[in-house]
Design a protein around this ligand. Structure first.
Ligand SMILES: [Zn+2]
Length: 285
């Protein structure tokens, strides 16, 4: 595991934003477990929120959304978003922690979701890759988060790991909120068509740049311009050529350029579309 940080990419000629990252993990508010090499490397760098934002701005990444995965990270994100104009927060109990989504916890998530700088309920959804929480708990928690997003009018940020069909079915059955965002979109072209038909946003992350991920590039070609977002999921999922190193919002240009290339569009035009999509999804900054 290299402790070296990825070099800064060439700056963009237009502004864009990062729709999904975990600032609390990057700055070490949440100590990484010994097995989480990428988070450990990010924390070893000792960056502050201000430094992360400054690095991002240097390459044209103007804003970001820091995403909660439990009560503590949700509270932290809401506080940081209140202090920084260019930071919004998402609040939720992650599907891997769904057993912790008690009525009391969900009531606090809803309270946080009503704050003005909190613009999303997420990440929530279904994870059939990990069995840290039972499927029953995951479904119950997912449905409860859908209801919170509907009641608060905030965007719903979906974590979908090996669970495309069930995520779509639960959304249809429960009644999707106005704005649904598939974070780190992991489906193929066919899944992208289904999301497009339903009007769901697709947020593409580092893996779209990976050599073996032609199915993701196919999805990126299929997604309508008005439903595309870009994200890092930092400190996780760094784009090529930085796999194995900690990700950060300043690496968005690498993923954005890949998306522009596969869609055959100008990078600045795509950045402009994504900024507009961000306001449609999360509200005006
Ligand atoms: Zn995430």
């Amino acid at each position: 595991m290299s402790r070296e940080l990825p070099v800064m990419p060439e700056p963009l000629s237009a502004e864009v934003f990062d729709s999904h990252c975990h600032l609390d993990i990057m700055v070490g508010d949440r100590k990484a477990s010994s097995g989480d090499q990428v988070a450990l490397a990010a924390q070893a760098a000792g960056a502050s929120v201000e430094a992360i934002l400054a690095d991002a701005r240097m390459v044209g990444v103007r804003r970001l959304v820091t995403i909660g995965y439990d009560l503590r990270s949700s509270r932290w994100g809401a506080e940081v978003a209140a202090r920084h104009d260019d930071v919004y927060a998402g609040v939720a109990i992650h599907p891997n922690e769904a057993h912790a989504a008690t009525p009391e916890t969900l009531a606090e998530i809803e309270e946080l979701a009503r704050l003005p700088h909190v613009r999303a309920v997420g990440e929530t959804g279904l994870d059939y890759f990990r069995d840290w929480a039972s499927r029953g708990d995951q479904h119950a928690s997912f449905r409860a988060h859908i209801e919170i997003a509907r009641r608060t009018g905030k965007a719903l940020v979906i974590h979908d790991r090996d669970a495309h069909d069930d995520v779509l079915a639960v959304l249809a059955d429960q009644g999707a909120p106005d704005v649904v965002i598939f974070h780190s979109f992991s489906g193929d072209g066919e899944m992208a068509k289904k999301c497009a038909d339903a009007g769901y946003f697709m947020s593409f992350s580092g893996p779209v740049t990976y050599k073996n991920a032609e199915y993701l590039r196919e999805a990126a070609r299929v997604a309508p311009a008005e439903l595309i977002l870009v994200e890092t999921d930092a400190p996780y999922l760094p784009p090529t050529p930085h796999r194995g190193k900690p990700n950060a919002p300043y690496l968005i240009p690498l993923t954005l350029r890949c998306l522009a290339e596969v869609r055959g569009v100008d990078v600045a035009d795509l950045a402009g579309a994504i900024m507009a999509n961000g306001e449609a999804a999360f509200g005006a900054w």
